[in-house]
Design a binder for this molecule. Structure first.
Ligand SMILES: C[S@@+](CC[C@H](N)C(=O)[O-])C[C@H]1O[C@@H](n2cnc3c(N)ncnc32)[C@H](O)[C@@H]1O
Length: 314
């Protein structure tokens, strides 16, 4: 068995639920891993969640927080997954809640507007469970050393393409089977595509949406190789591939009907339309016509006749 760098058995670190004496392999006083922050019991957890969700305004920072019904769904999914280690991109009301639900919570966020400052100053934040990684998530998440499997991940930081996809790329390999992935703002078109991809993906079970926030549970499917290129191994691509029969050598005859329960769509016939080269040809013809109509063309006529005559004599 491999020990952690503090001598604690590695198996202990990765077991679920984790033994009470470990948290993230951080060194405690006795040279052992730091004891976990004691978790409040279920009734206390529900009571504090209720206080946060009922009392804190969704407008307590200017970037826009998750609404109460979304936070309740987040709470229930977190409890059902028996989540202890969580991460999120962005911060705000969700951070207040996750800092009380998780034993260890990491928020990758920026001091943009007032969300970081208001979250850190809020009396409901449990600073002893929560680490803020301050900097662009585009830089900080790829650099982050995930020392333990993630039980709960919320993607709600930068929303422009391709940032949520980038965060997903660096987080998904760490979410343990049974863990939860939450994607906010699925009404934004590029995030919608990520959502549709996940809904088709074998690694995720869709647990439903609350408003524009989607909830997924990690299945037991093997982790999709983040360093490979098996695009036909992804259901989203198979379902939408323009020429399904091209995948027959890989998937077997009738694979589309077998997988999706409907016949494979016909390959799209390219719509007849103007050849883009037509315009260029027309421009060249016009140039030749203009040249032939020019004085030079008429003046050089005897010379061209002489050249033609010489060519014919050869
Ligand atoms: C919509 S808010 C998050 C709301 C939060 N989930 C809540 O419930 O209150 C978006 C957050 O992402 C942060 N953010 C924006 N761009 C970021 C970036 N490039 N890297 C990290 N965080 C970013 C903002 O500072 C803000 O905290």
């Amino acid at each position: 068995m491999t020990a952690c760098k503090h001598g604690c058995p590695r198996d202990d670190h990765n077991s679920f639920p984790r033994p009470a004496r470990h948290v993230n392999g951080r060194r405690g006083k006795a040279g052992q891993c730091r004891p976990m922050t004691a978790m409040p019991n279920a009734a206390k957890t529900t009571a504090i969640a209720k206080k946060i969700i009922d009392e804190v305004s969704p407008f307590f920072h200017a970037s826009g927080s998750l609404y109460p019904d979304v936070l309740w769904k987040l709470f229930h999914e977190h409890q059902d997954a028996r989540a202890r280690v969580s991460v999120e991109t962005g911060c705000g009301l969700s951070t207040l809640l996750l800092s009380n639900l998780s034993e260890r919570h990491t928020a990758f966020t920026l001091p943009l507007g007032d969300s970081l400052q208001n979250t850190q100053a809020h009396p409901y934040l449990r600073p002893e469970t929560t680490k803020f990684v301050v900097g662009p998530s585009q830089v900080m998440v790829p650099r982050w050393q995930f020392s333990d499997p993630v039980d709960f991940a919320l993607i709600d930081g930068p929303h422009a393409y391709p940032f949520p996809d980038l965060e997903y790329y660096f987080i998904y390999p760490h979410v343990r089977p049974g863990g939860v992935l939450v994607i906010d703002d699925i009404h934004i078109p590029t995030i919608r595509r990520l959502y549709e991809f996940l809904r088709d993906d074998e690694m995720w079970e869709h647990r439903g949406d609350a408003r524009t926030t989607a909830f997924f549970r990690r299945t037991d499917s093997p982790i999709f190789d983040p360093l490979g290129d098996n695009w036909p191994g992804q259901k989203y691509n198979r379902r939408r591939f323009a020429v399904p029969e091209a995948l027959t050598p890989l998937r077997g005859a009738g694979w589309y009907q077998a997988e999706f329960g409907v016949p494979a769509p016909d390959a799209p016939v390219p719509a007849p339309g103007p050849d883009p080269r037509d315009a260029e040809i027309a421009a060249l013809r016009a140039e030749v016509a203009a040249l032939k109509a020019s004085t030079t063309w008429r003046a050089t006529r005897p010379l061209r006749d002489a050249v033609d005559w010489a060519r014919r004599r050869k």
